[in-house]
Write a new protein. Structure first.
Length: 153
């Protein structure tokens, strides 16, 4: 079936097969490979996107249900040549190692800050609790977020 959805502010049309996930359609059909496929079970958050204002694991969303939806992926966060503040902070704080988890963390963190610009350390940890990193030990990622918000108390 064909669906029309808005991705990163642009109307896109995609061919969806059966129970194919939104993640597959974003990566393979719409050529947006930023969202990563690590577990495909909703466990790791590497596929995080914002769907109609909600943070979701795109591997768990059926693309066939996304007709008319608005999706924001990691590719939609930078403005022109300017990184999103979360992206810049992750680079600065050394929160990126292999980078596989990074798009999901960035999308989750940007979504958190949109709703709570000055989160506490606990709120940051809660906001990122759906995202798993095998490399960094989380310290640098949390420091990156705190550097954006000036928070951490
Ligand atoms: S790939 Fe979707 S949660 Fe892991
Ligand atoms: S930087 Fe490698 S999994 Fe997070």
């Amino acid at each position: 079936m064909l669906i029309e959805l808005t991705v990163n502010g642009e109307v896109r049309v995609a061919t969806v097969n059966g129970a194919e996930s939104l993640l597959n359609v974003l990566r393979n059909e719409l050529r947006l490979p930023g969202s990563k496929n690590a577990c495909e079970q909703g466990e790791c958050g590497s596929c995080s996107v914002v769907l109609d204002g909600e943070l979701v694991c795109s591997c768990l969303v059926m693309a066939a249900d996304c007709g008319g939806a608005e999706v924001v992926t990691v590719e939609g966060l930078a403005e022109d040549e300017w990184l999103h503040p979360v992206q810049a902070a992750m680079v600065e704080a050394g929160g990126v190692q292999c980078g596989f988890c990074t798009p999901g963390f960035v999308v989750a963190a940007a979504h958190l800050l949109e709703h709570n610009p000055t989160p506490s350390r606990e709120e940051i940890e809660e906001g990122l609790s759906g995202n798993i990193c095998r490399c960094t030990g989380y310290g640098a990622i949390l420091r990156a977020l705190e550097s954006v918000t000036g928070g951490g108390s």
